[in-house]
Design a protein around this ligand. Structure first.
Ligand code: NAD
Length: 349
């Protein structure tokens, strides 16, 4: 066995019902005295109790999915004007993403309090959008110094969003099995992530107030993000990135729909990944395990339901082919990729 694995430096706090105190402790460790708190107006009620125990000099509410550059510019200017010395984000991946965009140019430390299962809080990847084109990059400055997971903040997450977001996390785990830098540590973390997500998500969808289920799902989402940050984007993420950008599809739902098709495509050529995924689901095979989870949570089924046009299948083939990682287990051709995209568009199993 010969490989190099780097572990990202970050404190992770699980504090069910205890985020206000935990965030106060984490920011005190940073010596922060002037905090910029980022939370959208939809997340304001979740952020209020956290804000009460912090020296907040600025509350910033302008949060937009995929971080448009002008939104990032306004947030950076506001941080400078207020003399902020640290950032606290309370919200989903879009909110965390804006905090990262401010950290990228200011170097301010971030404490992230996630309220979805997106996982951005555990990666050093930033993303910005300009004229509909998304640019991503990797920078140590954007990795939150601490993450505080508080399951009680996710009881308000609508079931449909919880399912899509949780399956997005599952996609991080599955792609971590064969991403371009996937190593045995990533695969072990991803396997445990799948186990936790498969245990937690059905409990969350059955009862959105089930904090034990939310906690399991958050734990899985964290492992998913850690393994994915190390392994890098595999075929699944390349496909979703192209489709999301070309057809303005919703992020988490696109992942939820495409995942079973990529798993069915790659699994026969990736026996170790197949075995690990099956074991994590406690199923006879990986595809069956995923199908059972998807049925239990009534997962999103078809890209056409989210506005992708049928002629988009043919248009997406070339850009996806150009992005396929060289180490993808199965050989990707124009023909089999077209079949995969059509199945995801139609919602075939
Ligand atoms: P989001 O942050 O846009 O949130 C979706 C919606 O849910 C929003 O309207 C939000 O206000 C609402 N919401 C969030 N938490 C809630 C709660 N607890 N209760 C009720 N409503 C709540 O969506 P997301 O899926 O969390 O994040 C998607 C974004 O994150 C994308 O831009 C994606 O590219 C990015 N992302 C980045 C990384 C990375 O490593 N950089 C990883 C994953 C996702």
């Amino acid at each position: 066995m010969r490989f190099i694995h780097s572990t990202l430096p970050q404190r992770v706090v699980f504090a069910p019902g205890g985020s206000p105190q935990a965030v106060a402790d984490e920011t005190a460790l940073l010596g922060a005295r002037r905090i910029m708190l980022i939370a959208s107006d939809r997340e304001a009620a979740l952020a209020d109790p956290v804000a009460e125990r912090l020296p907040v000099v600025l509350r910033h509410e302008e949060v937009v999915m995929h971080v448009p550059v002008d939104v990032a510019r306004r947030a950076r200017e506001a941080a400078g004007k207020a003399g902020a010395d640290a950032i606290v984000t309370v919200g989903g991946g879009s909110t965390t993403g804006l905090g990262k965009a401010v950290a990228l140019t200011t170097g301010l430390p971030v404490v992230a309090v996630p309220t979805t299962y997106a996982g951005s809080e555990a990666t050093d990847v930033w993303g910005l959008t300009e004229d509909g084109v998304k640019t991503t990059g990797v920078d140590a400055k954007v990795l939150p110094r601490s993450v505080v997971y508080d399951a009680s903040l996710l009881t308000s997450l609508p079931s449909e969003l919880a399912v899509a977001s949780g399956l997005n996390a599952l996609a991080h785990c599955v792609d971590s099995m064969w991403g371009p830098r996937a190593d045995p540590i990533d695969r072990a973390l991803a396997q445990e992530g799948i186990r936790a997500l498969a245990a937690g998500l059905p409990a969350v969808t059955a009862d959105s107030g089930a904090t034990r289920g939310i906690e399991q799902t958050l734990y899985g989402a964290y492992l998913a993000a850690v393994s994915f940050a190390s392994a890098g984007s595999g075929l699944h993420h390349k496909i979703c990135h192209v489709l999301g950008g070309m057809f303005d599809l919703p992020h988490a739902q696109t992942h939820a729909v495409v995942l079973p098709h990529v798993l069915a495509f790659n699994a026969p050529a990736a026996p170790e990944a197949e075995r690990r995924i099956a074991a994590a689901f406690d199923a006879a095979d990986a595809g069956e395990g995923l199908a059972a989870l998807r049925a239990a949570v009534d997962a999103p089924r078809a890209l056409r339901d989210y506005g992708m046009p049928e002629d988009g299948i043919a248009r997406a083939v070339a850009p996806v082919l150009a992005a396929v990682p060289a180490n993808n287990p199965a050989t990707v051709t124009e023909e089999n990729l077209t079949a995969l995209l059509r199945a995801a568009w139609e919602g075939d199993r």
